[in-house]
Every structure is written in C-alpha cells, then in structure tokens.
Design a protein around this ligand. Sequence first.
Ligand code: PLP
Length: 302
Amino acid sequence: MASERNPADGIAFVDGSYVPLVEARIPLIDRGFVRSDATYDVTHVWNGCFFRLDDYIGRFHASMAGLRMSLPYSKAEIAEILTECVRRSGLRDAYVQMTCTRGVPPRGSRDPRLCENRFYAFAQPFVWIANDEQRRDGLKMVVSSVQRIPPEAVDPRIKNFHWLDLTMGIFEAYDRDATVAVLTDGAGNITEGAGFNVFIVRDGVLATPDRGVFEGMTRRTVIEMAKAMGLGCEVRAVSVAELHDADEVFITSTAGGVMPVTVVDGRIFGNGKPGALTSRINDVYWADQHAAGHVTEIDYAR
Ligand SMILES: Cc1ncc(COP(=O)(O)O)c(C=O)c1O
C-alpha cells in the first residue's frame, strides 16, 4: 500500500499524481516503451539543492522540440513538479529524472502525430556511476568494439533511450576486466559511454569529443570551469590513439560528477592513481556549485 512505502525510496509523478516510485506505471503500449520513442533528462540534487535546474529543463525542452514532442507544462511547472517529487521524498541527495514519451497511439494507428505526449518524472536516491572505491582509485576503461550509433542516424544531442550500443559496451567492459567502455565513431575517434562523456588531459590541456556525443551538463560545467581555472580545453575530435597516450583520463556525468579513469585497455596511467588535474577539477566541481550560482535550494518545509 502506498502509505507503507518509504518516500525516501523515491517519488514519481505520473498522470498528474505523486506516487511511490515502485508503484509508478506507464501503459505498455506507450510508444516510449515499445519503440524507445521518448526523450528524458536527469538533474541531481545535492545537499538539498538542485544543480543547474533551469539548464537541465531547457535542454529537456530542446530535446522535445527535436523529436517534435510537446507537453502542456511550462518550464516553471516542470521545475515545480520536480521540486515536489524531491520535497515529498525528503531526499537531500537525489537523482531526478523527467521523461516525455510519444504516448499511446489511437487504436490501430501507427501515426506518431496522433499520439498525446506524456510526461513522467521521479526523484530517487542519488545514483553514482562509479562506487566509492572506483571514485577513489579510478575506473578501468576499454575502448569498445561496438560503434556508437552515428549522429546522422540518431542525434545523440537529444537525450534518448537508444542505449543498446552503450549497453553492449558495458558487457564488453565486464568481459575484459574493466568497468566502463567508451564507444568509437568507427573512424578512429572516441565518442562517449553509458551515461558519461570522456575527457583526456595531455600536457595540462583538456580535450573532449565534439561530435557524436550527448552534450552533457557536467561536460559543459567542466568546459566552463576549465576556462575559469585558466586551463586549456579543446572540444574537437579525439582519437583512440590520443586516449591511449593521454596523461590523464576522466569521465563526467550528472550521476557522479568528475570520475577518474586510471586504466585504458590494460594500460595503467601514471602511477595508477587518479591524475592530479582530474582530482582538482572534481574538487572544484563539487565545491563551486554554490559560488557558480548553479544551485536552487529546495524548501522541504513548505
Ligand atoms: C549518452 C550519455 N552521454 C553523456 C551523459 C552525461 O551527461 P550529463 O553530464 O548531463 O549527465 C549522459 C547522461 O546520462 C548520457 O546518457
């Protein structure tokens, strides 16, 4: 029964109501489920504050526009729904997802224009891509043999559920005694992995792929931070060879911030410990969220 659930396990917003996350349901024939016809975005709450809430919701709206979807909610109303999910959960550190699906087609129809788009949201306890030990000691990465879906086929800048390439990459990473996989573009360049962007550091200069990737909010934040810290940061094609030859490698995600990679394809970087610059950037990422004006405090008592 709903009342017996612990709100701290998560709260969802479905069909205009707030429900315990484990009880949230979508119709089986929503095209979001049967056709991956959906877009979503994920922001986080840390110490009771949303991070870059307006930017995440702005990106969500841009993704919807890219897929010719629309919702009856303004950006302010979406912000209010997300806030209410967190407030009801009581979570101080949370992973907060907003999703728009194409919806349920009229009976017998395959015409996506006839669907009423649907909105779902939820807050659940913060999710880390990497566990405590991996964040402290570094992740082991492989360059996957799976190619990332080309941007000409599915635009990766629209956050989507086309994750089978990324998921098969995860299996390959585990098969090869690693924890994360970066996929290539099939032309010798790296792209991204399951839920994260990749940065390399060479001679104190950062570089991250410009194409075939989701333009992550953490990636954007690191690019902005690098500028403020006086570090060079290049957004350009990054080859697999450059990844192998880098001084440091790290990945970025809303689900964890800046996370060090210390092994790529069996090659150990430096002394096998997270790189100094990576650690500095991670520290600044977490410490400067308030200073950078990126936070929206949640009023739990309201
Ligand atoms: C494919 C992909 N790349 C990169 C990212 C990182 O984006 P962000 O920093 O906005 O979490 C994500 C996040 O889920 C993702 O799904």
